[in-house]
Unconditional design. Structure first.
Length: 277
């Protein structure tokens, strides 16, 4: 796949674990160096049918798997932590699942030590796919309480170097969050870590219902300000298109994530042995 012969291929100087450049999907050609944490709703209602999907949580996790496969991952294992390379134009991802015991106590999960990323940021596809598998096998299925989920996400960002990279958190939920008055400390920690917080309410159908409107009222205030810019209420099947455009300056969120986008390459491309599509 020589980059200059592939219409969906973009040679990104400085990208890749070695910092020598890499071939990435063209839609991610303007991505800055990114650390991304996915905060995923593992509440009981996520086991319901979403459109054509018989189980909402499994559908969401498979969408995350497919999206991660398209990303220009930087190739750094989770063990790299704070030693992550600066300005390599690559992406690391972490995952947290949140729920709540009997709508009384917030709970959250990340993969344990020895499984996938071990609950850390990673740029290695095999580690991240192992995380997806683990979360599917360990679906929580209780209340919708997010405090512990935000706290675990904050812990992950503690292993994100302060070197100019963008830190992004995506929250996915389908229903009302029941602990909105317990989030101040966790939310302040994310601000301290300079994390951009985006929120997505996932609808089960085309039309709006009380459930997704209640979810909107409780999720939107958690997002970065201005809240309307950092929030989407959409059908679950629209998520791949939204996430696929996170580095498109003309997309719904790309203009918030991409700062000082790189100039297009000169056209003198190199081979792309690590092209992922």
């Amino acid at each position: 796949c020589p980059c200059n012969q592939h219409d969906k291929c973009y040679w990104k100087p400085g990208a890749g674990a070695a910092g020598t450049g890499a071939c990435v999907a063209v839609e991610y050609g303007e991505c800055p160096t990114l650390d991304v944490v996915l905060v995923l709703d593992g509440s009981g209602s996520m086991s319901e049918k979403f459109g054509s999907h018989p189980h909402g949580f499994d559908a969401l996790m498979e969408m995350m798997r497919n999206w991660i496969r398209t990303l220009p991952l930087n190739g750094e294992a989770a063990s790299v932590g704070l030693n992550s390379a600066k300005d390599n134009g690559g992406v690391r991802v972490g995952m947290v699942q949140f729920s709540g015991w009997n709508y009384w106590r917030s709970e959250a999960k990340k993969t344990p030590s020895g499984v996938g990323t071990g609950g850390r940021l990673s740029g290695v596809l095999a580690e991240l796919e192992a995380d997806v598998d683990w979360h599917e096998d360990n679906y929580m299925g209780d209340g919708t309480m997010i405090q512990k989920g935000l706290e675990l996400a904050g812990d992950m960002f503690h292993l994100s170097p302060v070197d100019g990279r963008q830190r992004v958190l995506f929250i996915f939920t389908d229903g009302q969050i029941f602990d909105p008055n317990s989030l101040a400390a966790a939310r302040a920690e994310l601000d301290k870590e300079q994390v951009q917080v985006f929120g997505i309410v996932m609808r089960k159908a085309v039309t709006h219902t009380k459930a997704d409107l209640d979810a909107e009222q409780t999720l939107k205030p958690i997002t970065s300000d201005p809240h309307d810019d950092y929030f989407q209420n959409l059908m679950i099947d629209e998520i791949p298109n939204l996430l696929g455009a996170i580095c498109d300056p003309n997309g719904p969120w790309g203009h918030l994530i991409v700062h000082d986008p790189p100039k297009p390459s000169s056209g003198t491309h190199q081979p792309c042995p690590d092209y992922k599509r």
